[in-house]
Design a protein around this ligand. Sequence first.
Ligand SMILES: [Zn+2]
Length: 1019
Amino acid sequence: MFRQAKALLRLRGQQSAWRLKSTAAERALQYRAGQKIHGFTVREVAPVPDLFLTAVKLTHDRTGAQYLHAARDDSNNLFSVLLRTTPRDSTGVPHILEHTVLCGSEKFPCRDPFFKMLNRSLSTFMNAFTASDYTMYPFSTQNGKDFQNLLSVYLDAVFFPCLREQDFWQEGWRLENEEATDPSSPLVFKGVVFNEMKGVFSDNERVYAQHLQNKLYPDHTYSVVSGGEPLVIPDLTWEQLKQFHATHYHPSNARFFTYGDLPLEQHLQQIEEEALSRFQRIEPNTDVPPQPHWSSPREDHVTCSPDALAPDPARQNSLCVSYLLGDITDTFEGFTVSLLSELMISGPNSPFYKALIEPKIGSDFSSVVGYDGSTKEASFSIGLQGMAEEDTERVKQIISQTMDDIIQNGFEEERIEALLHKIEIQMKHQSTNFGLSLASYIASAWNHDGDPVQLLQISDSVAKFKQALVENPRFLQDKVKHYFKENTHRLTLSMSPDEAYLEKQAQAEEEKLQRKIQALSDSDKKEIYEKGLELLAAQSETQDVSCLPALKMCDIEPKISPTAVQMGSAGGVPVQFCEQPTNGLVYFRAMCSLNTLPEDLRLYVPLFCSVITRMGSGDLDYRQQAQQMELRTGGMSVSPQVVPDSTHLDMYEQGVLLFSSCLERNLPHMFQLWSDIFNSPHFDDEERLRVLVMRAAQELANGISYSGHMYAMTRAGRHLTPAGDLQETFGGMKQVKFMKRIAEMSDLTQVIRTLPRIKKHLLNPDNMRCAVNTTPQKLSDTSAQLESFIRDVAGNRKQRKPVRANISERPLDPLHESGPSRKLICEQNFQPCQMKTFFQMPFPVNFVSEIIRTVPFAHEDYASLSVLARMMTAKYLHGEIREKGGAYGGGARMGGGGLFTFYSYRDPNSVQTLSAFRKGVDWAKSGPFTQQDIDEAKLSIFSAVDAPVAPADKGSGRFLSGITDEMKQSHRERLFAVTHKNLVGVAERYLSVGQRTCGVSILGPENEAIKKDPSWIVK
Ligand SMILES: [Zn+2]
């Protein structure tokens, strides 16, 4: 995986605070600076009360490896090791290394131990990332034995990998006959990273971000592409890869981080014994020097491919100004400028939103915007995308003028208050991946020798910030003057589409290929062919994975841990109460049925959801409304929902989900904001609506190259169930095209007339149920507040007739059949039909999906199909689609709506992948798998089923889909019971050709074979 880390202030707390005293954090306070433990010396012990943790900083005596432990009463323990990787060319060496070290190591020489461990563990997270200047390997798990197993595998992979030549070919790049078994077929480039990066750079936003970084920091490691430039990747040799490993993957260049309630000593001992004891200290020389400052600003221009789905084809230019800021190891300065950035760009009250977004010069901010602390020196960028070329000078002028205005006028006090409130909520909100958030939060600054403990002391920074404002009322304005107005190290980068972009890229690749081929002798070609066959043989070999540690079925809890909920009501509306350790926050949900909405309006529902909380309501215009939401809540949102029934494939619930959170003290304010939205939402501001529509359409268009598999899957499922059809309406290509059409309308009056009609049907307490998660102490107060909210909105209560006659009711509380119910649509006469759809897209890679209609969640075969999907992915499809096919990812999954789904992600192949899916079914039917394979598939399902759930989300599955703990428990028992015979049986009964209806969809580049085939619909 490759990503550009964004150092946002995004800290989420986790499920502690239930007990008043955090025992793991308390124990850790007993360490003393200077204490020696297993080859390490403790340097600092610091309590961080805001985050309920104790930080222990250590160094490894012999190698100088750095170590940070965050002791916290959280069972979702995390480990991560970070290496500073500072490449000097764009061959993608750190990225290819990240992939190849995971292909086998000294103690675990089997192919791909990393992917194999996914099925032998109960990990809650396993991954690896290549950033611009570091590579990080994190995992988390709630099981102590599993932690030790994974730690062994990770340490061995990182410090003692095999780095075989074959691994380099498979993961990096290679020349190979197009058909590996046919020496007369043409030679082509293959390799997982090679294809992955082609996919990454099919995303124009990524192209822009990459160029911007390269050009703003032109003198060292940030001037190259750490993930790999597709045309430069083939310059990398295996020798260079091994060399890079030797110099960068060394403990003297490493930072270890552990988090959670497991004892520190045990981690230190294992890390010392299994890895560090075999090293001596080196001087890694991986420092990134400061970027020399420019004496005058620069301008540059780049091109990209045109976007067929962009909301306005005539306006596809981007422009932004990017400023080089200070060193990120200065914690307080980084904190200050990141807050400053929020004040400048975030929300409709910010100066840049007013100056750039509202005049509608572009469709949205440029893809890179705001503060970025992922490089040694931070940057700030501001600009637009989706603009016309002739507006270039105007945009530059506005940016400069807005900076002047800020220096002149500063910020309203209330906005600063709202921002500090947001930080308070972020620190209190309990999430499930707190360890991982911390690891990412400290990574960049620590990587450049900043103090990670200081970064965690957020309250100190907040206090210092408030003090600075008191001492100097112009504190922020002075910063703007210094960092922006007077800063000569700034780059103005524009990007415009080039019709011939893809063609030029393809041509450049072809030329590179031909140069490589021309240098080959006949014997070289023969060798390439033979190596291709060797690789194929190695990929097809059955692996002996017995060297890898594994959990056993008996390590899995036989029972689910139940979540208690109480059913009640407020003003006649059913309410589910769930008591949780929410750390002073209240979470509110409401599901509003869509059953009475005329069907022709359903396409508008996502648009309605995205604007209903942003156009103003009651006495508040949209700016005041946004301000109140920031001051009083942790956010308010509305989203469309399609909830398939658990017992019947042709039944589903449709609605919109309201969600918000707030600090306990703000409960009345939060409900007041909802009341205003119910009673008097504003819809008539066409200008405001247009801004929201443009941004939404742009966001959808940008998301396709990243989430193409989701769109392929949604389309493939469209004709298989009624719920699948509605999913396509709400979130598929149909919705993307609809929003594009709306964004292109010159007159939005018709939309403005439609929104209030939708509101009448949706925001109706008669069709509503609510859920609240809060602490036991706050329950009765919340209930009373909710009661008064329902009273306030009672005027919207109206009995309306459902559009469809066939409504089926399900009791909310299974023990009270006669109580309140969910109302589901039941389309008994639904006829699933076979359909193959191809969407031609401006990408060099494909997203392929095939879906088969099977059985709903409560059916006895559902568990077998779930296990089968996991097993086919691990034992067959991964090898065929990723290893042999060169796609970034691919597999099968079983969905709650009864759809058995095959998919591939960033795939160089299209119809060949469809036949790999089919061969996977034949493989499953012939049953060549062992009990161990079945157990592994079950383990990987349980690690998902038992993933931690945040206090905010407990009981929400039950609230939405009516799936009770009892139903979960019987599903669990079925999973345990799945046998070899069951798996072969379901493969035969459901997945064989002609057994059940299936749908197919591909998003990808122009495809001659599909065009000629009349069985495809080409869009
Ligand atoms: Zn990757």
